[in-house]
Structures are given as C-alpha cells and as structure tokens.
Design a protein around this ligand. Structure first.
Ligand SMILES: Cc1ncc(COP(=O)(O)O)c(C=O)c1O
Length: 388
C-alpha cells in the first residue's frame, strides 16, 4: 500500500465534484442525447461568461479549429501563420484543410508568438494584391493567422489584429487553454473573427472531450452550426448543400460542462493559488516563469518553469511518484511539418521547449501535496547536480 507521503501526484486531473453526475443522469433520462437542453444551456453559460455573442459546442478543440479555419476561408494550398510552440493540434488543423502552417518563433519572455518577427515576415517576405497576401518566393496565399493563448497567457490581440488587418489575414484564436483569461477586460477568443476552446480532461473545465467556437458574427455562427451538423439544408429531407462535418458536442457531455461552469470561479481561484505557491517557492531558487503579456489576467491553467536540467528533474520527480511533463516539442521539428516554413532568428521555441517543464496543478491538489512537490524539488537541487 502506498503511504500518503509517496502517493502519486498527477499532473492535472479533472475535478468532477459538482453536479456532473446528476446533470448527466438527467440528460440520459431525458433521452435527448445528440442534441438537447444541456447543450443550449452550456453554450449560453459560455457566452454569458466570455461575452461572445455566439458559442457553438463542438466535439473537441481540434475539430473546432478545423471548422473555424474552414469558415475563415482557408483553402487547399494556402499558408496559415501559427506559433512554433503550441500543442500539435493547432498546426494539424491547418494540414487537415490541405493548407500548410508557417511557424513563427515565440517571444522568450511570454512564450507567445513573437509579433515583431510576424510583422517582419509579412513586410519582407509577402506582397499584397486585391486577392490577398502572398508569399514572394512561391506566390502561395497567406490567408489566416492563429494566435495561441498559451497556458492561459493572452496574446497582444490589439497589435496582432492590426497586423492581420493590414495584411488581409483572418484571425482565428486558439483559446483551447484560456477559458477564464482576459486581456484588458476582454475574454480571450473574442477578439478574432472566431475563437476556439477545448474541454479536454486536463483543461480548466472539462466535458471529457469537447470544444467550442466563439464568434461575435451572426453570419459566422449560423454557418458554424450548419457546417458542424453535416451541412444539412432541409428540415426533413437529406439535402446537404456543403461538405459538412459531424462535429457537434453531445447533450450528456454538455451536461457535464454545465456543472463544470458552475465551478469555474472556484477552479480559477485554486489555479491562481497554485501558481502563486510555485512562484513563491521556485523564484527564489532561480527558476524562470512565463511572463504574462501586458494586460493579461491569466486563468493560470498550467504553471510551467524553465530549468536547465528539466529532463533529469522530470525523471527524478517521476521516481518520487510526482508527475511533471516537458513543454511541447516545437512544431517545426516534427516530421509532418519539417518541410514547412519556420520564421525565426534565434530558435527560441527550441530552447524554451528543451528547458520547459509543466508542474502538477490539479484543482484537487492538497496543500500537503503542493508542499511535497516543492520540497522534493528543493531536495533534488540540494543533493544532486540539477540546476535551475
Ligand atoms: C493549444 C491547444 N490547441 C488545441 C488543442 C486541441 O484540443 P482538443 O484536445 O480538445 O482537441 C489543445 C488541447 O488539447 C491545445 O492545448
């Protein structure tokens, strides 16, 4: 049997201690499964919370991105700007449409897409015509940009939107991990033409698998609902006027989401406390934290630090039953994306990724467990040659 001082501490567990079971049972009992009142309610809760005029429930964050990029007019052969440090889904969604991502390096402090590099690339390597923005070297169209609000940190959307407008680019925000994050009082995912979210089980709220599209446009919202329900254009006949997807979120999972939304304020409070705890403990040891972009009120979804011996520390903590993870692998190094463009001066994404590690942050983590993570790290630093 495991003693509590050696019991596993998971990286980021879901917390289903609210009305999840009751609402899901209600959904099942109602016999409304593919659609239903919980889906409508969940979408309304998200819209009320984020201030988006429309929220459309989708089966996961990756599909939400694929649908949003389709609606943004991304076509086969296009190029789409994405940050080099993100979960692979951001770049995969571009490939699903037959387009290719152009990876832009990140800012070393915020770990978000470097907007100076982005602007420099657009100014020097593309040209504009009435038909849009094109890459000088091969005349491929650059049609959109996908800023990612990494780990809850919100991109400087006013500057990014101005750049996008100047180069005729549509903006689809990947807000997969930033429910509860605001920039100057405006919720992430509501700045671009569309934003997308994920409710995967490690996210700040979960529906097991799920996602959403946010938009302030009535037209895009209508088209999004149509596209994710097989583009059926007749109430009873099977007439489909477009190539649609089967991407909608189902009612029992939306029921879980309704219960999770009720707990969002307490989850946010706990995440903030966890982040403050690590910051207090590890800053004085010399760890580097992600710096919030100006104006960001973060949801502190997932604390992460940069450590020279990150892989050794991850392995040493694993042997103490404490789960940590590296940050994502830079997209430009992955096999699928190796022939795609990487816009960079100093390959910051690789150095951040190499040194990065994500710390345990379940909202159910106890103070004793948090303290165990910190004291184990302190001891490892003291006794071994792991350096911050
Ligand atoms: C930045 C980012 N984009 C997209 C996704 C994809 O979301 P999902 O796993 O719900 O498909 C995730 C998370 O999993 C993510 O972290």
């Amino acid at each position: 049997m495991e003693t509590s001082d050696h019991a596993p501490i998971p990286l980021c567990e879901p917390n289903l201690n609210g009305r999840e079971k009751a609402y899901m049972a209600e959904a099942v009992d109602s016999n409304w499964l593919s659609n239903g009142s919980f889906l409508t309610r969940f979408e309304r809760q998200l819209a009320d919370y984020t201030g988006a005029a429309h929220v459309i429930g989708v089966c996961n964050g990756t599909s939400a991105l694929q649908a949003a990029l389709t609606l943004a007019g991304v076509e086969k052969g296009d190029l789409v700007l994405v940050p080099d440090l993100t979960f692979v889904a951001t770049a995969n969604a571009v490939k699903y449409l037959g387009a290719d991502p152009v990876m832009v390096d990140i800012d070393p402090a915020t770990w978000l897409m470097d907007l100076d590099l982005l602007l420099d690339f657009l100014e020097h390597r593309t040209y504009l015509t009435n038909a849009g923005c094109f890459l000088r070297e091969n005349h491929r169209r650059v049609s959109a940009i996908v800023p990612v609000h990494l780990l809850g940190n919100v991109c400087e959307m006013d500057r990014l939107s101005a750049i996008a407008a100047a180069f005729s680019l549509r903006v689809v925000e990947d807000a997969a991990c930033s429910l509860g994050s605001f920039r100057n009082g405006q919720h992430s995912g509501t700045f671009g033409s569309m934003g997308t979210m994920s409710f995967n089980s490690n996210k700040i709220i979960t529906t097991a698998g799920g996602g959403a599209i946010l938009t302030n446009s009535d037209i895009l919202a209508k088209r999004a609902r149509h596209l994710i329900t097989q583009a059926k254009s007749h109430a009873t006949e099977y007439i489909h006027n477009d190539l649609g997807y089967n991407f909608r979120l189902v009612n029992p999972l939306a029921a879980m989401g309704c219960a999770q939304m009720e707990q969002l304020p307490s989850f946010l409070k706990t995440k903030k406390e966890i982040a403050a705890h690590y910051r207090h403990e590890f800053m004085e040891l010399g760890a580097t934290f992600q710096q919030l972009a100006p104006g960001t009120e973060s949801n502190y979804w997932h604390p992460a630090i940069l450590v020279d011996g990150s892989r050794e520390l991850i392995a040493a903590l694993a042997s103490e039953n404490i789960e940590t993870r590296p940050l994502w692998t830079p997209i430009h190094t992955l096999r699928v994306f190796r022939n795609d463009l990487f816009v960079s001066l100093e390959n910051i994404s690789s150095s951040v990724s190499k040194r990065g590690m994500m710390l345990p942050c379940s909202t159910s983590i106890s103070n004793d467990q948090l303290e165990r993570v910190c004291s184990t790290v302190r001891n490892l630093l003291h006794n071994q040659s792991i350096k911050f």
